[in-house]
Design a protein. Structure first.
Length: 95
């Protein structure tokens, strides 16, 4: 899972983020132009995760950051991250 976090972080510069109230739109850049035909909507927690990602962040550190900022049971968070991280990885890896 740490490898996926590093790969997602490496692709962050290929996206524009647009806050829309309580959500964050992730819009891919193609040839330095935003591609509005394809985007991902992140809720408050998803946006928090996106903002927290950097190349040196481990899954354990990410979980600790989330647990310090959100009221969530550790086992629920772990299960949710097991689903979310691969999903956002697929989206950010698309060409």
């Amino acid at each position: 899972m740490n490898l996926l976090l590093k790969q997602i972080s490496a692709h962050k510069l290929n996206f524009v983020c647009k806050p829309t109230g309580e959500e964050l739109l992730l819009i891919p850049l193609k040839d330095n132009v935003a591609d509005f035909n394809q985007y991902l909507v992140l809720n408050e927690l998803g946006a928090f995760i996106w903002d927290a990602l950097h190349p040196e962040l481990s899954m354990e550190e990410l979980q600790q950051k989330i647990l310090a900022s959100f009221e969530v049971a550790p086992e629920v968070l772990s299960a949710d991250l097991e689903k979310f991280i691969p999903e956002i990885h697929r989206f950010t890896s698309q060409k």
